[in-house]
Structure formats: C-alpha cells, structure tokens
Design a protein around this ligand. Structure first.
Ligand code: SF4
Length: 251
C-alpha cells in the first residue's frame, strides 16, 4: 500500500510572505500541527479533514474535492496536471499546518519524483529536527518560523529551534519571526543570536502579526523599526516584510 497524507488543499497563488513575496508558487497544505499559535490563520489545517480541495485550473478559484488521506500518486497526478497549465510557477511550497508531521509521506513523494515544480520550499515551525532529517534530500529551501511567546502565547522552544536550524543550514534557508504588539526587543535578540550562532548569512525576516484567532492587536509601525534595529546589530540580512495575503486573495 502506498503512503498517503491528510492534505487541506493543493493550489496556485502568489507567495504572500517572506523573501519570496510576489513569486508564483504551487502550494500543498498538509494537515495537523504540533503548535497552537494565537495568530494561526489556517485553523482548518490543524485537524484531519475528510476531504482535500484540489485546484482545477490555476487562478480560476474552481476546486475538485478528493477524499483524505490522499495517496502519493494522487498528489503527484494533481501536481502534474497543474504543471501542464500555462501558469508558470517558481517553485512548490509544502506548508501547513506543520508539514513535517507527515515527513514520511513527503520523503516518499520526493524519492519518487512527485514534488514538482522545483525548487521545493518547506515552510515549517522548526520544532521537529528528527522528521526534518528524513526530508532533507528532497527539499531545496527550508523556511523556518522561530516562534516567540509574546506572539504565539506558547512557550519558546529555542533549544529545539537551534538543533533544527543546524540541520536546515545545510540547504538554502531563511528564518521568519512573527512578532506581536507587545514583543520586547529582548525576544528578537534571542532569536537573532540563535541564528547567528548557526550561520550569520541566513536571511532574518520580521513579520508583524495580523490579528487572527486569539491574537487581537496589531503592532504599531514604530515597533518594526525598533525590532529591526535590534536584530540588525546581530545579523547582516534583516528585513521587515508584512504579509501581503489580503491584497492577493481571489474574489
Ligand atoms: S505553526 Fe503554523 S499552522 Fe501551526 S498553529 Fe502555528 S501558525 Fe498555525
């Protein structure tokens, strides 16, 4: 029996955050997560759903529904069909939820050449170093969220994040930190020092939280300048990049 995975949706979109903002990407949103961030804007992907939405044609907002869990070959066929369209993509994003909750499935798809187009970009919360090892041969870029308590409402896992980053740094990678209205500079400094201790040329993105779920307050613009100044004293490549999703949603 071939591996299968719980997937929320397969779709094409303009990347709305991080250093690749503005590029056209194919997205596979995998389900379940080991975190519970106050600002999570994908609550549907935190649980196992009975069906998965697969885009019928890029940017047409029409979807087919297939049963979960989705077999690897079915995902491969869906991606291959979308890749034959005339909407050219700059990569495949594995997102979630936390995609590494289903690392064996990702590794199987990679081993069998099902993950197209390339580069394959893994978006992850940086908490699961063991599962990351399983997929390292099959991803090109690891995009790591370092979670800070003032934004997530959860406890920090900086030691695990450091272990994770040491593995991810063997590939292309960047780090993103979502900050909240009351994030202290000290927390950003800890995250930046963690990155600097592994590889100082890793891009470090500060992203202001957009209120969702239990995160109800947006940070003031002034805070972006203060947090950037803090991180920039520690790392050479620091950028403040707000999410652009709101401007890119289909009607
Ligand atoms: S890691 Fe991502 S998917 Fe999981 S709870 Fe946090 S924001 Fe949501």
């Amino acid at each position: 029996m071939q591996p299968s995975a719980y997937i929320t949706e397969v779709f094409t979109s303009i990347q709305g955050e991080g250093p690749n903002l503005g590029r056209c990407h194919r997205f596979v949103r995998l389900e379940t997560c080991d975190a519970d961030c106050a600002y999570c804007d994908t609550p549907d992907s935190l649980v196992k759903n009975p069906t998965c939405r697969v885009e019928h044609e890029p940017f047409r907002a029409t979807f087919d529904e297939i049963s979960n869990p989705v077999e690897a070959d079915a995902l491969g066929a869906a991606l291959a069909r979308l890749n034959r369209s005339d909407v050219l993509c700059d990569g495949l994003v594995l997102t979630g939820g936390e995609p590494l909750m289903q690392a064996d499935f990702i590794a199987h798809c990679g081993r069998n050449g099902l993950l197209e187009p390339t580069p394959v970009i893994l978006e992850t919360d940086g908490n699961l170093p063991g599962p990351l090892q399983k997929v390292m041969d099959f991803v090109d870029v690891v995009a790591i969220d370092i979670k800070i308590p003032s934004a997530t409402g959860e406890r920090a896992k900086f030691d695990v994040n450091r272990e994770f980053l040491m593995i991810a740094a063997h590939k292309g990678c960047y780090v993103k930190v979502v900050y909240g209205a009351h994030t202290p500079p000290e927390e950003i400094a800890i995250a930046a020092q963690l990155v600097a201790a592994v590889r100082s040329d890793i891009p470090f993105v500060l992203q202001p939280v957009i209120p969702a779920r239990n995160a109800t307050e947006a940070p003031l613009p002034r805070l972006a300048l203060d947090l950037h100044a803090t991180a920039r004293k520690i790392l050479p490549d620091v950028r403040v990049i707000p999410q652009a999703h709101r401007h890119l949603e289909l009607p």
